[in-house]
Design a protein around this ligand. Structure first.
Ligand code: NAD
Ligand code: UDP
Ligand code: UDP
Length: 319
C-alpha cells in the first residue's frame, strides 16, 4: 500500500474565499493545516466547519510582520483581492504583498519549505496581448488606483524569482484569473457576487461602463485543482509563472444577462461609471498549465453560476 506522508502546510489568507477552499482540500488530502490570517477580508464563517478537525489550526497574524513556524509547504494567499477592499487602505495592500512575500520567503528559506505565491492576471494590467500568455510583460499604470495591488503582486513575483535564483528556494507562482463560487462574501464587491446578490434581492444590477469589457471566470473547485496540481504534480524546476483560469471569455453585460436569466430576477441593468484603469479585456492562454500538469477547468460558467446562486440564496435566507 502507498502511504502518503502527512505534510504540515501553512496557508496565509486561509480564511478568505480561495484560502478556505485550499485549507479544506489540504485537510481532505490528509495534511495538517496552519491557517494564518489577520481577518481583514477573511471571515470565521468560512472556516468554522474545519474547526473541529484536530489537524487544523488558526493563527490571527498579519503577514507584514515576521512569522516563525515549522512547516513543509507554504501557500501564500494573504492579500485583499477585490478592488473596493484593496483600494480602501492601498499602502497596507502594497505592504501585504511586498513585506508579506519577504517574510514568507524568509520563513521558507530558513525551514527549506516549498512555497506557492497567489499571483494574478492583474500583473498583465490592461493587456495589449490577447489572450494573455505568461511571456507577456504587461501594461500596468504604476501610479494608478489599482497599482497598490498590481505592482505589489509584480514585486512579489520579483522577490519569488530572486529567492529562487539567489537562495535556491523551491517556488511555484500561479497567475490566477477571475475566480468565483461559494464562500465569496456577499459584500465582497467583485462582479459575480455583486450581480448574483443584486439579482436575488431584486435590486438594480450595476454594470460599470458600457459592460463591453471582458473577463474569463473560473469556478473555484477548478482553480483549487490547478493550485494543488502546481504544488503537487510539477517537478521542482518548474517554477511558473503559470496562468490558472478558465479561457471562456464573456463581456460584463453578458454576465449580467446570464445572472438575470438564471435567477429569473426582475432586476434591471443600470450603468455606472467605469473605474479608472479597469482592464478592457482578459483571457488566459492556459497552454502551459495543460502541458505542465495536465490541468484545465471543467466547469463552464453557467454550471458554476448555478452553484453560486444556490450558495447566495442560502446565505440570504439565513441572513
Ligand atoms: P479574499 O479577500 O477573500 O482573501 C484574502 C485573505 O487574506 C483574507 O482572509 C484576508 O483577511 C487575508 N489577508 C489580507 N491581508 C492580510 C495580511 N496582511 N495578513 C494576513 N492575512 C491577510 O481574496 P481571495 O479571492 O480569496 O484571494 C486570495 C488570493 O488569491 C489573494 O492573494 C489574491 O490576490 C489572489 N487572487 C485571487 C483571485 C480571485 O479571483 N479570487 C484572482 C487573482 C488572484
Ligand atoms: N523571517 C520570518 N520567519 C522566519 C525567517 C525569516 O518571518 O522564520 C523574516 C525575517 O524577519 C526577514 C524576512 O523574513 O525580515 C526575510 O528573511 P531573510 O533571511 O531572507 O532576510 P534577512 O533576515 O537577512 O533580511
Ligand atoms: N464590475 C461591474 N459591476 C460591479 C462590479 C464590477 O460592472 O458591480 C466590473 C468591473 O468594472 C470590471 C469587471 O466587472 O470590469 C470585473 O470586476 P471585478 O472587481 O470582479 O474584478 P477585476 O476588475 O479585478 O477583474
Amino acid at each position: 500500500m502507498i502511504t502518503m506522508k502527512k505534510k504540515r502546510v501553512l496557508v496565509t489568507g486561509g480564511s478568505g474565499f480561495l484560502g478556505s477552499h485550499i485549507c479544506e482540500r489540504l485537510l481532505a488530502m490528509g495534511h495538517e493545516v496552519l491557517c494564518v490570517d489577520n481577518f481583514y477580508t477573511g471571515r470565521k464563517e468560512s472556516i468554522l466547519h474545519l474547526m473541529d478537525n484536530p489537524y487544523f489550526e488558526v493563527l490571527r497574524h498579519d503577514v507584514t510582520f515576521p512569522l516563525y513556524a515549522e512547516v513543509d509547504e507554504i501557500y501564500n494567499l494573504a492579500c485583499p483581492a477585490s478592488p473596493i477592499h484593496y483600494q480602501f487602505d492601498p499602502v497596507q495592500t502594497t505592504k501585504t504583498s511586498v513585506h508579506g512575500a519577504i517574510n514568507m520567503l524568509g520563513l521558507a528559506k530558513r525551514i527549506k519549505a516549498k512555497i506557492f505565491q497567489a499571483s494574478t492576471s492583474e500583473v498583465y494590467g490592461d493587456p495589449a496581448v490577447h489572450p494573455q500568455t505568461e511571456d507577456y510583460w504587461g501594461n500596468v499604470n504604476p501610479i494608478g488606483i489599482r497599482a497598490c495591488y498590481d505592482e505589489g503582486k509584480r514585486c512579489a513575483e520579483t522577490l519569488f524569482f530572486d529567492y529562487n535564483r539567489q537562495h535556491g528556494l523551491r517556488i511555484k507562482v500561479g497567475r490566477i484569473f477571475n475566480t468565483y463560487g461559494p464562500r465569496m462574501a456577499m459584500d465582497d464587491g467583485r462582479v459575480v457576487s455583486n450581480f448574483v446578490v443584486q439579482a436575488l434581492r431584486g435590486e438594480n444590477i450595476t454594470v460599470y461602463g458600457k459592460g463591453e469589457q471582458t473577463r474569463s471566470f473560473c469556478y473555484v473547485d477548478d482553480l483549487v485543482d490547478g493550485i494543488i496540481g502546481l504544488m503537487e504534480k510539477t517537478p521542482d524546476d518548474f517554477t511558473g509563472p503559470v496562468n490558472l483560469g478558465n479561457p471562456g471569455e464573456f463581456t460584463i453585460l453578458e454576465l449580467a444577462r446570464e445572472v438575470i436569466d438564471l435567477t429569473g430576477s426582475k432586476s434591471q441593468i443600470v450603468f455606472k461609471p467605469l473605474p479608472s484603469d479597469d482592464p478592457m479585456q482578459r483571457k488566459p492562454d492556459i497552454t502551459l498549465a495543460r502541458k505542465a500538469m495536465g490541468w484545465e477547468p471543467k466547469i463552464p460558467l453557467r454550471q458554476g453560476l448555478v452553484k453560486t446562486v444556490e450558495y447566495f440564496r442560502r446565505c440570504l435566507e439565513t441572513a
